[in-house]
Design a protein around this ligand. Sequence first.
Ligand code: C5P
Length: 398
Amino acid sequence: MRGIEAGNNLLLGVTGGIAAYKSIELARLFRRKGVEVRVVMTEAATRFVGPMSFQAVTGEAVRVRLFDEAHEAAMGHIELARWADHLLVAPASADFLARMAHGFGDDLLSTLCLATSAPVSVAPAMNVNMWEHPATRANMSLLADRGVRVLGPASGDLACGDTGAGRMLEAAEIVSLLMYPRKTGLFAGEKVIVTAGPTREAVDPVRFISNRSSGKMGFALAEAFAEQGAEVLLVSGPVNLDTPAGVRRLDVQSALEMHRAVFDNIRNADIFAGCAAVADYRPENPSDRKLKKNDDQMALSLVKNPDILAEVAALENGPFTLGFAAETQELAENARGKLAAKGVDMIAANLVGENLGFDTEQNALLVLWSDGEQRLPKQPKKGLARALLEIVAEQYQT
Ligand code: C5P
């Protein structure tokens, strides 16, 4: 997504939440960076901070209501939507995100979200249980699919006394994510696709074949790439994880869906990291009705899924490819074999079992490339992802 630059017009939407006070600082920081800021508040937001505070910082009248004759005469809401080079909703409450996800246009800010063709970002802020509620999860996934960039939330102590994910990012973090999305870091300006999580291969409408992948390594990798300045697309199978800050996410279910999502986007990619545990096989003829248990035995005919990583590696002028290999024995031999067989630039291999690998917090890796290798000792997956990227950066540059 294009970042915000000095001279751009930013429409800052403020919705109801204790974090609304942070948005005054946010507006002030954007102004200091030379960005034109106009603020639209929801009615609920005005209960937390007064429009006058924003007016003082931006030098512009703050708008709240859709049918406000004086303001509409000066600049109609469609004009305002066109004026914006970027629309940022911060804080974005659970209620507002739900209305946005479902295309409501029942107040000024939700109408602007529908009417604008500018990139849209949201900085959610809410109680941890609200953030983790399946309704909010589903809404966030709808928004992410539509290309809405989700910034945060951070974890920590929440205003309600709970601890967990739900804090709005600090104003300075939001400004740096939006204004300097890819100017610094090991992968500044590079476009990266990461696959993560398991895939689900339907047997019938209620059953599937899958595996134990949690998606944690792939999400950590996507986050580390974004921290290093890359523009990251994360193609994820079904997992229970929040989208890392500054990462665009596409959710998929099956290997075939993951294949399509990757190849729809691969043309521009500089780096492809296949971290997903893609199911090797899928049921040949998934039933469109729930299968009944009539016989004492049943056989399921399986067909091979496309090997996404190998296909990407085989592309002419394709991206740098990083694959993963989970092995239960003869780690180095198997991983070297995979490096050659799939034709990838680098393989990160890990021994599964002994509390390493799938669905664990920590992992250790043996990283291999055509003429070298390096071991990364057991550590939390986030640190491991950062260390892995340093090796990737070296090989990518050569
Ligand atoms: O062959 P194996 O499944 O062990 O290879 C693992 C690597 O290949 C991982 O990087 C995984 O993401 C990728 N892969 C893939 N598509 C498949 C199977 C594996 O992209 N169908």
